[in-house]
Design a protein around this ligand. Sequence first.
Ligand SMILES: *Cc1c(COP(=O)(O)O)cnc(C)c1O
Length: 225
Amino acid sequence: MDVSQNLAEIKTTIEEACSKSNRNSNEITIIAVTKYVTIERTMEALNAGIVDLGENRQEGFIEKYNHVGKQVKWHFIGSLQSRKVKDVIDKVDYIHSLDRLSLAKEIDKRASSTVDCFIQVNVSGEASKHGLQPNSVMPFIESLSDFSKIRVVGLMTMAPHTDDKVLLHKVFRELRELRDEIQGKNYQHAPCQFLSMGMSNDYDIAIEEGATHIRIGSKLVGSDR
Ligand SMILES: *Cc1c(COP(=O)(O)O)cnc(C)c1O
């Protein structure tokens, strides 16, 4: 399928989810996750109007970045090894996977200006998932005030791979409630206004629960590398 056709369908679903939850679709950023696809397919996404791209590995990111450059916003969405921070830090616009102090230290040391970060939270508690336990998030954010180059712009989670809509609503709602709690603290280094949640199989539910950034790979650009 054409990326533009896929995008049109996704936008229809976004509108439906927004009207269900009394939201405005202009609050929602679609991040095209290009980790599965070629540069040609990535360029197709840009031609279709995509302006935010996501990659989950340093190698894939650098390959795409070298081709596409700064004409888009770059979202680093995968787990980031501290030793690779220096290779990506001044190229990415957002890091969605901040989940430990050692990584924060490395980002703070290597970045030449403020970096917008999402804290990754393991809401579902699955052992296979990265991210902080929900009850560790607030103390973690407090400890980040020492790092002048880190700005916490939001929280990110990956929901379990399931068709259980009740469970998906619950996971996304829990992240939103945690975000609201942090926002209420008015931390200067952590405005925490965004929610990065929702992928190909669950973005409609994530939007109903307040997602501001949805990360869509297979349903938008495909998974055919
Ligand atoms: C791969 C990936 C996505 C996109 O997954 P799809 O199910 O193909 O939409 C979103 N977020 C993260 C962190 C990913 O690694």
